[in-house]
Design a protein around this ligand. Structure first.
Ligand SMILES: *Cc1c(COP(=O)(O)O)cnc(C)c1O
Length: 335
């Protein structure tokens, strides 16, 4: 089976399994796990932030960020297809008592500064008041679009003009950095916090990082406990995470495979593949996604439904160039 559902399906390699076995550990709730502490230091450096916090999932990282940046009853601004709004079970309302005002980021999910000014709501006796802008890079629902640093800077500057904090959902931040050929820290320069996943293209079995100022991470640490994310000898899972950080440069292979996959699929009648910018390929269908995916599975390829007539295929560490060719042939048979 060629599993193109997500870049989260990768198997940890031998080195990661050995690192887990050999990790030096302590109780991370007391801040005493040396492996977690090292991972947090390295992660903070990579994104140019003062500090970072190891969290079990990207979702928890985003939710902790929202909770840490906002007060109950506030409003946050986000792109209308953004993960924090669309794919996290309404968590911002459930966990933080915050409501969303959404911005249409167009085909690529770019939040324009004008839209931030327009969406901003001043706190008053009648209005909740905007306290946070959430950006996303790469933008998952828009097909893994890599948003240029200037766009992130401009949206953040617009938010800051209103004293609104900015959180970047960078689940696939390093995919964006590789695609744009800039250091990740260039993409986070103007934001106040950033979350990125170790468990996606970087290949770790589990874990995400939430980074920001020392003061932010101190408060986030408290909220991680509140959200049930305080872990004990977490060095066991943080050790593969440290190795995952070294997998940043190989992400270009996933991007090249995604381009090959899109080209192959686009050559099939009745399918229209979007041009991928990173490792995500969106495909428009002329039939319902469910029946299409069922037949793909029969032929040995897995994807996920993204819309009634759209599916997502994702390339990753465990997908080779040969797998991509085989996947195209399998989909052709399915069609
Ligand atoms: C996957 C993803 C997340 C959540 O990460 P999990 O570890 O699956 O909870 C958040 N934001 C974006 C854009 C994602 O693609």
């Amino acid at each position: 089976m060629i599993d193109l559902r997500s870049d989260t399906v990768t198997q940890p390699d031998e080195a990661m399994r050995e690192a887990a076995r050999d990790a030096e550990v302590g109780d991370d709730v007391y801040g005493e796990d040396p492996t977690v502490n090292e991972l947090e230091r390295r992660a903070a450096d990579l994104v140019g932030m003062e500090a970072a916090l190891y969290v079990p999932t990207g979702t928890m990282g985003n939710q902790i960020a929202v909770r840490t940046h906002t007060n109950r009853g506030a409003e946050l601004l986000c792109e209308r297809e953004s993960h924090v709004y669309k794919w996290e079970l309404g968590g911002i309302a459930q966990h933080s008592g915050v409501q969303a005002r959404t911005i249409d980021g167009g085909e690529r999910g770019v939040v324009e500064p004008e839209a931030v000014h327009e969406g901003y709501v001043e706190h008053s006796d009648h209005r909740p008041g905007t306290e946070l802008l959430c950006l996303e890079n790469t933008h998952n629902s828009k097909g893994g679009t890599a948003i240029a640093a200037d766009h992130i800077d401009d949206a953040a500057a617009a938010a800051h003009e209103h004293d609104v904090a900015v959180h970047l959902d960078g689940a696939r931040l390093f995919n964006a950095a590789v695609a744009l050929d800039v250091p990740a820290e260039r993409l986070t320069r103007e934001v106040d916090s950033v979350m990125f996943c170790l468990s996606k293209g970087l290949g770790a079995p589990v874990g995400s990082m939430l980074a920001g100022s020392e003061a932010f991470v101190e408060r986030a640490h408290r909220n991680r406990k509140l959200f049930g994310g305080g872990m004990r000898q977490a060095g066991i899972i943080a050790a593969p995470g440290l190795l995952a950080l070294e997998n940043r440069e190989r992400l270009h292979e996933d991007h090249e495979n995604a381009a090959r996959l899109a080209a192959g699929l686009d050559g099939i009648d009745s399918l229209t593949a979007h041009d991928p910018e990173t490792n995500i390929v969106l495909v428009d269908l002329d039939e319902p996604a469910a029946s299409f995916l069922e037949r793909c599975e029969d032929e040995g390829v897995l994807g996920v439904p993204f819309d009634d007539r759209q599916v997502r295929f994702c390339t990753h560490w465990d997908v080779s160039e040969e797998d991509v060719e085989a996947a195209v042939e399998a989909v052709e048979r399915a069609v």
